[in-house]
Write a protein that binds this ligand. Sequence first.
Ligand code: ARG
Length: 467
Amino acid sequence: MADAKTETQSSNQMWGGRFASGPDAIMEEINASIGFDKKLYAQDIRGSMAHATMLAHQGIISTEDRDSIVSGLQTILKEIEDGSFQFSRKLEDIHMNVEARLAALIGPAAGRLHTARSRNDQVALDFRLWVKEELQKTEKMLSALITAFLDRAEEHADTVMPGFTHLQTAQPVTFGHHCMAYVEMFGRDRARVRHAIEHLDESPIGAAALAGTGFPIDRHMTAKALGFREPTRNSIDTVSDRDFALEFLSIAAIAATHLSRLAEEIVIWSTPQFGFIRLSDAFSTGSSIMPQKKNPDAAELVRAKTGRINGSLVALLTVMKGLPLAYSKDMQEDKEQVFDAAENLELAIAAMTGMVRDMTIRTDRMKAAAGSGYSTATDLADWLVREAGLPFRDAHHVTGRAVALAEQKGCELSALSLDELQAINPAITDKVYDVLTVEASVASRTSFGGTAPDNVRQQIAWWRGRN
Ligand code: ARG
């Protein structure tokens, strides 16, 4: 639907030479992309300035025409930014809206701007520039989230909590170590962002419609002016490639999936039953009927946003699937998916960063839970291997009997008496109690990548040097 700023007219002046009548209203509606691709205005204008400058440098247009084109484009940039620009749906997209306004401002010289260029390489350029900037922004936001986790990990390198598998208490870990697991995940997301920036860092402009051009253009010059490493090498691929958008969406989908796992943990941890964290008022809401409630709405919404971001990836993969080379109008459907995913990923990362920074860690609750559920049973088994020379499988069996006895008595492993333990296996001595506490358990996990507090501190230092 046309928005308030969009006017419709009855004939299409852009290719009137061939067309006797204007498009049907429905044709105009299905065809127009201005409603969303106006977001690319700054990239479009920047690209046109670089193109006009190159055309003049190569003697393809005069320097007078270049100057009036560049100053006209500057005026248009101001008009769009101050809101006075009239977008027209009849002019389909951002490229033709800008060019038509340029003609109104500077006259016939505007018609020379499109020499040696097509909207096919123009849109590939604009969109690439936009995605590149978005990736750079995403990289910074992921770094801020990583910093938030590093700070919490440092604060809680010694805080014990239960580690889970199958969401059943498994072995004690430190909260710092758990935080660092997320640092690894978001660190990989950030590495993917950096790779994607490298992949897309090639300039499409000059591929023209699909075959290149006979004009003596200099694609290295425009590539450099627009901050790309080099120009793309194949004009057919250039106008039909949307890998950069697909890479952005797949990175976004994986990052959103990571965020959803964190969101889920926050939802679980903040229940009264777990009580591991308290969310700040700034990132929770109350209930309109139940006065006692504090709901983790932001975490729930982050969890949900993964659905639409993953959906955008599948949508664009499906648009691109089976498209013959080179450009097809199908590809106009790329932008809304990317814009929507980008907006929501930004929100999700920002909300998560705030929640992680602000949440209160309830160390007493974590510690109490860390010791329950026989979480140090593996430590008992390891002790039997180490100190009593039992094969691990036998030690596992002995420990199983100790757990069964503790369960029957309704107590923790460390509350079993030495007599009781020796009745199960006479090799057990009172030294065993040293490993049955959660603190001893985590301190003993010194293998590389393990949960021991000193390890965690080393990992934090390693990441600080890379963040
Ligand atoms: N609005 C179009 C898009 O987003 C621009 C390219 C149109 N090219 C064409 N030959 N119709 O894909």
